[in-house]
Design a protein around this ligand. Structure first.
Ligand SMILES: Cc1cc2nc3c(=O)[nH]c(=O)nc-3n(C[C@H](O)[C@H](O)[C@H](O)COP(=O)(O)O)c2cc1C
Length: 371
């Protein structure tokens, strides 16, 4: 499989929604890579539910509130960001655009928003760090080679990574049948650079993700590993991929400072609940203990408002970043962030709220499931 992501100039003003960006991106991305990005596990029922579920929460807006001065600013791990929005970690961004993860980082930097880099990135973490002055987080898989994971975290910390997110929903790789049918492989010329070991295979191009990278995850990981990881870094640790209040409590008991409610964008266990439906219970369990991030199917500014009212501190987006990359590299990612932030600020005005704390305090009086 050749590396065929194009950097075709696109008129990004044609995109007035994230869905428009997806349409602009699709022709620029090779079909098997597009399928890799869009696919979910097995019947893709969790993937479909993720975005549909947000729409089942109605917004009981307030009238006659002075909304002339609004701000979406929020503090995440000691850093003030202008909107409660994070770029979620997604693997192999150079399949969407030759500038890959650096383009995402530059767009996040311009917007002042955190980016979480995937362990499976096609760009060295140091280069991504250099491309953004906004917070940079890094996603970690606990490897069968625990020493490698420890060294990677130390290397990232030395490079100036601000926080880590350890993924809890991937003891084994989920099955995505589109990728099986396509015989999806890491495209020639691309490398999962942060996971190359001295003496190991040089690069992983031309091989299936599940094959050469099987050593980078481990079916035997437990909360004890999270404890060790939390103790090994001075940076905040989030646990990503949780859907149960008892796991949220276990994450904080293990030393995490944040939880990331997620089902990996429907790519791991099909049949897992939509994140919208489990957020309130999980955020309740996190209250007073640390930060709650949620992702999965967030496609509109009103979804951000819904997530905050259900208890999240911030939301993350995965595929929309890839759509932005495919549509126009750094400018396309910038457009994705700008669209979502603009919609959120407009939604706040229309809902009669002026800030994130107010949305969270109103909670269930503002956002409720349709009865
Ligand atoms: C193509 C793709 C690759 C992903 N790679 C990773 C990864 O390497 N590590 C991880 O923890 N999550 C990964 N995720 C999950 C995302 O971080 C995030 O949880 C999910 O995409 C959010 O859902 P959304 O795409 O509907 O916004 C990936 C998701 C996609 C779509």
């Amino acid at each position: 499989m050749a590396f065929v992501a194009r950097s075709t100039p696109t008129d990004l003003s044609l995109a007035v929604s994230l869905a428009d960006l997806a349409e602009l991106a699709e022709p620029n991305i090779e079909r098997t890579a597009w399928d890799y990005y869009r696919s979910g596990a097995w019947d893709e029922s969790t993937l479909a539910r993720n975005s549909a579920a947000w729409r089942e929460y109605e917004i009981h807006y307030r009238g006659m509130v002075d909304v002339s001065r609004r701000t979406g600013a929020v503090n995440l791990f000691g850093c003030e960001v202008p909107c409660p929005l994070v770029a979620a970690p997604t693997a192999m961004q150079k399949m969407a655009h030759p500038d890959g993860e650096c383009a995402t980082a530059r767009a996040c930097s311009a917007a002042g928003l955190p980016m979480c880099l995937s362990s499976l990135s096609t760009t060295a973490l140091e280069d991504v760090r250099a491309a953004t002055s906004a917070p940079l987080w890094m996603q970690i898989y606990i490897s069968q080679d625990r020493g490698f994971t420890r060294d990677l975290v130390q290397r990232a910390e030395a490079a100036g990574v601000d926080a880590f997110a350890v993924t809890a929903d991937t003891p084994v790789w989920g099955i995505r049948e589109r990728d099986m049918r396509n015989g999806f492989r890491v495209p020639d010329g691309l490398h999962i650079v942060n996971l190359e070991r001295p003496g190991g295979p040089t690069g992983h191009s031309g091989v299936g993700i599940g094959g050469a990278l099987s050593w980078t995850i481990d079916a035997s990981i437990t909360w004890k590993d999270v404890e060790l990881l939390a103790a090994s870094t001075s940076r905040p640790l989030l646990v990503k991929g949780l859907c149960r209040p008892d796991d949220v409590r276990a994450a904080f008991d293990s030393g995490a400072r944040g939880v990331w409610i997620s089902n990996h964008g429907g790519r791991q266990l099909d049949g897992a609940p939509a994140t919208a439906d489990i957020l309130a219970a999980c955020a309740d369990a996190a209250r007073g203990r640390g930060t709650t991030i949620v992702d999965g199917g967030i496609r509109r500014g009103i979804d951000i408002l819904r997530a905050l009212a259900l208890g999240a501190d911030a939301v993350a987006i995965g595929r929309p970043i890839l759509w932005g990359l495919g549509a126009g590299g750094e400018a396309g990612v910038g457009r994705a962030l700008e669209l979502l932030r603009g919609e959120f600020e407009l939604a706040m005005a229309l809902a009669g709220v002026c800030g994130v704390d107010e949305i969270r305090a109103l909670g269930a009086s503002l956002v409720r499931p349709r009865s």
